[in-house]
Design a protein around this ligand. Structure first.
Ligand SMILES: C[S@@+](CC[C@H](N)C(=O)[O-])C[C@H]1O[C@@H](n2cnc3c(N)ncnc32)[C@H](O)[C@@H]1O
Length: 220
């Protein structure tokens, strides 16, 4: 084993027991993605140099907590997928759902398409461009996003991509209450209702995840 390989092995987080519980029979594909992301993610600018020791908990499983919230047979648009979180992870975990991964950066789209092909994910498709470029081009039942922008800007980018009665599911940090406060006018304007902030993963992960969940429109 080369010296640099030993160095990487020492810093990469061991797979937590929760991974197999959360991924079920999709665990092998999730492991394949984790291995490639750990090996090439930093070089490709997909994850920061400090992320390897928390790749599973902070990135892969933090994304995976959304999987049980996705509607069976529905269509999900993940906005700003970057290196794959949460959209590609969810595409692995929920083969019954169709995913559109919306990402403007060419290099990231190439990476996502490579992973989709390698893992044989026939349910997952990359849409290269900014969310606003797809307004009127397609509709989703649910929209996911992580670390793209604050709620006040994210809502106008995403709501036009949602069908009536569709749902927003945004992975957010501790700033979410302040973000909701700052976005009050925008939320009202875009008919965002039934707003909840839910904590997910507390039973399985050392760190739970905060999710902004809301419906959009008058019906459904
Ligand atoms: C900080 S990265 C987060 C990537 C990934 N969601 C994650 O959590 O690891 C933000 C991503 O959003 C993308 N992005 C920024 N503005 C966007 C827009 N208007 N529509 C779609 N994607 C956007 C960027 O290209 C980038 O890949």
């Amino acid at each position: 084993m080369k010296q640099e390989d030993r160095g990487q092995e020492a810093t990469l987080e061991l797979e937590p027991a929760a991974a197999a519980v959360m991924a079920g029979d999709r665990i092998d594909s999730l492991r394949e993605f984790a291995t490639d992301l750990a090996a090439r993610g930093e070089e490709l600018g997909l994850i920061g140099p400090l992320e390897l020791p928390r790749l599973w908990t902070r990135h892969l499983l933090n994304s995976a907590v959304l999987a049980p919230l996705l509607r069976e047979g529905g269509r999900v648009a993940d906005i700003g997928t970057g290196g794959g979180m949460p959209g590609l992870v969810l595409g692995i975990l929920r083969p019954d759902v169709e995913f559109f991964l919306v990402e403007p950066m060419e290099r990231r789209c190439l990476w996502l398409n490579e992973q989709i092909e390698r893992l044989g994910l026939t349910n997952t498709h990359v849409k290269r461009g900014r969310a606003e470029e797809f307004h009127g081009a397609f509709e989703a039942d649910q929209i996911t996003a992580r670390a793209v922008t604050a709620l006040k800007k994210l809502v106008p980018l995403t709501v036009p991509l949602l069908r009536e009665g569709g749902e927003l599911l945004f992975l957010k940090g501790t700033s979410i209450d302040a973000e909701i406060e700052a976005a009050q006018k925008t939320l009202k304007k875009h008919k965002v209702r039934d707003i909840e902030v839910i904590e997910l993963g507390a039973d399985l992960l050392s760190e739970s995840t905060r999710v902004f969940r809301a419906k959009v429109g008058i019906h459904g």
